[in-house]
Design a protein around this ligand. Structure first.
Ligand SMILES: [Zn+2]
Ligand SMILES: [Zn+2]
Length: 335
């Protein structure tokens, strides 16, 4: 089969990602062989390609927002048949035996493995996934529409739950990219009043179109105190800004895997009256399954840009250069 391979991590413009021949992977015990239909392009794929993340598998094939169909079953698989449409996401495997897994926090498992980093992902004709980590996909959404939900959507959903928004509550979203605009749609469908605080004028327009109650500059105060806030922008300077916007007892969740340093916090203004500051780390399978169910019910949709899979390198270069809004999705034209 043909597959993209990170031959030597470095700038994507200089050929770090090459289209190569690889054998069609054989599904191991408990695994599915998946024929790729579409694969979303996530910024993490760029980090894997350019070496911002350490190499965990030489020549890895990136891609962890895979919509595919089951093409083969390894030994001992039940619950799936050839032809089923499934999703393959970032979390590929956890040990199931550590203290975190045992208490339902598998997102914190120290032994966890990730699709398109530890193992070959979806920038290829075929990939594999442990059946226990494959996601059944709701009908009624196209491959193109589903792909971006499998990373950006799931992460945004976990951040929303970590922010403990009360029913009908007031939610602030700092930054309004891929994850945030999907998270906003879930919050709005559940009756929240959403205030978006972000620097991009186009993003503020999109927020209002989706039904946000207000959209302002990132450093502005929202028009009312917030019960919960989520910081999607990787900007530590915004931590005290968002904490000050919280009402008494409010919660700020930091959604990103990376954040610039925060300035000193002032206990009186930023944390007293039982305000809480929380981080968000990866997600569990339960998060993914709940979100995919709700996404279908609430008709959550991402703005997508289709690229042929044979041009994955162009899609990553365009992502790096900010040449499109919304999410790029690779559609398999390789076979
Ligand atoms: Zn991702
Ligand atoms: Zn574990």
């Amino acid at each position: 089969m043909r597959a993209w391979s990170v031959v030597a991590p470095g700038p994507v413009e200089e050929g770090a990602l090459r289209l190569v021949e690889k054998p069609v992977p054989a599904p191991g015990d408990g695994e599915l062989l998946v024929r790729v239909l579409a694969c979303g392009v996530c910024r993490t794929d760029l980090h894997v390609t350019e070496g911002d993340l350490p190499v965990r598998r030489a020549g890895v094939t990136p891609g962890h927002e895979v919509v595919g169909e089951v093409a083969g079953l390894g030994a001992g698989v039940s619950g799936f048949t050839v032809g089923d449409r499934v999703g393959v996401a970032w979390l590929r495997w956890t040990d199931g035996t550590c203290a975190y897994c045992l208490r339902g926090a598998e997102n914190l498992c120290p032994g966890s493995r990730y699709t398109g980093w530890d193992t070959d992902g979806g920038y290829a004709e075929y990939t594999t996934v442990p059946a226990d980590f494959a996601h059944p996909l709701p009908a009624g959404l196209t491959d193109l529409a589903l792909a971006p939900l499998l990373c950006a959507g799931i992460i945004g959903y976990r951040a929303l739950r970590r922010a403990s928004l009360p029913a009908g509550g007031r939610l602030g979203l700092y930054g309004f990219g891929g994850s945030a605009h999907l998270c906003a749609q879930v919050a709005l469908a559940e009756g929240a009043r959403v205030h978006v605080l972000t620097r991009g004028a186009a993003a503020r327009r999109l927020a209002l179109e989706l039904g946000a109650a207000s959209a302002g500059e990132a450093h502005a105060m929202p028009p009312e105190p917030l019960d919960s806030a989520i910081l999607f922008a990787p900007v530590g300077d915004l931590v005290p800004v968002a904490l000050r916007a919280l009402d008494r007892g409010g919660v700020l969740a930091v959604a990103g895997i990376h954040l610039t340093d925060t300035p000193p916090l002032h206990y009186e203004t930023d944390l007293f009256y039982e305000k809480e500051l929380r981080s968000v780390t990866s997600n569990t399978r339960a998060d993914a399954r709940k979100f995919l169910t709700l996404a279908a019910r609430y008709k959550v949709h991402a703005t997508t840009h289709a690229y042929p899979l044979s041009r994955a390198d162009v899609a990553l270069r365009d992502l790096k250069a900010g040449r499109f809004d919304g999410a790029a999705v690779l559609v398999n034209d390789l076979g």
